[in-house]
Design a binder for this molecule. Structure first.
Ligand code: HEM
Ligand code: HEM
Length: 198
């Protein structure tokens, strides 16, 4: 795909599309982590709100899957800026490794949630409607199973969803700590790389 000058990454800077996708995905994931970890408290304090909260969580999560697909396609077609020259070799390796694992978990966490929801035996009586507007589909993998079979996969993917979400939290802590260190301790223009501007 030919690249127009305004979509190319500027030296030392991600392109506007990469920046927009980075922050949209980040907001969706951080909101869903916060909301997901608070489901039990919400259910005890406001049981009438839990259904709507879980539905919103699913809508945001499915949207994140779409944005991650766009982000990966964009990445394949557009080179990222070269790493900051000030990085020591071990910092460069750690940041590249963290970014690869982040990509993996950005996809795995919501996919496991969608699989968990698709295997739910109550799925047929609770249609998935994104943001209450767009009817959406469950993954058609579990339709032929009896309730015990669905329960098995529902539980298994709940475990994968939770475990991968915790791994994502750990990785995000490392990612954010790295960004803060380069910006404020090393005095480099780190945040500028992942923000809009000329
Ligand atoms: C859920 C939240 C987040 C996710 C999943 C995420 C993921 C990623 C990924 C995968 C990259 C690599 C981009 C590439 O090379 O293709 C990246 C870069 C970056 N992220 Fe995040 N990020 C998140 C939140 C944040 C936050 C809160 C900050 C700020 C504190 C931040 C700052 C940055 C910066 C500055 C870069 C550019 C790194 C470089 O210099 O190459 N990110 N992020
Ligand atoms: C941005 C992506 C997502 C993140 C970061 C995320 C995160 C979480 C977290 C942290 C929990 C709480 C886990 C626990 O305490 O055991 C949770 C629960 C849940 N998530 Fe997600 N999720 C995402 C996407 C999805 C998607 C796409 C769906 C389904 C379409 C989904 C369905 C659920 C359900 C049904 C629960 C409640 C599980 C239960 O306790 O029965 N999630 N999620």
């Amino acid at each position: 795909m030919p690249e127009s000058p305004d979509t190319l990454a500027k030296p030392g800077r991600y392109s506007g599309v990469a920046v927009a996708l980075h922050w949209l995905v980040a907001i969706g994931i951080i909101y869903n982590l916060w909301r997901g970890l608070g489901f039990d408290d919400l259910e005890s304090a406001h049981p009438d709100q839990i259904r709507a909260a879980v539905d919103l969580h699913k809508s945001i999560g499915i949207t994140v899957i779409g944005l991650v697909v766009l982000r990966v396609l964009w990445k394949v077609g557009h080179r990222a800026p070269a790493p900051m020259p000030s990085l020591k070799p071990w910092e460069r390796k750690l940041s590249v490794g963290t970014h690869h694992l982040l990509y993996l978990l950005m996809a795995l966490v919501p996919l496991a949630g969608w699989l968990h929801d698709s295997a739910w035996k109550g799925a047929a009586s609770h249609p998935l409607v994104l943001f209450g507007v767009v009817p959406w589909f469950r993954l058609p993998l579990f339709g032929g199973l009896n309730d015990a079979g669905k329960d098995f996969w529902h539980g298994l993917f709940a475990g994968v969803h939770t475990f991968s979400a915790y791994a994502l939290i750990g990785l995000l802590a490392l990612h954010i700590a790295g960004a803060l260190k380069h910006q404020f301790i090393d005095g480099q223009a780190q945040f500028r790389r992942m923000w809009f501007g000329k």
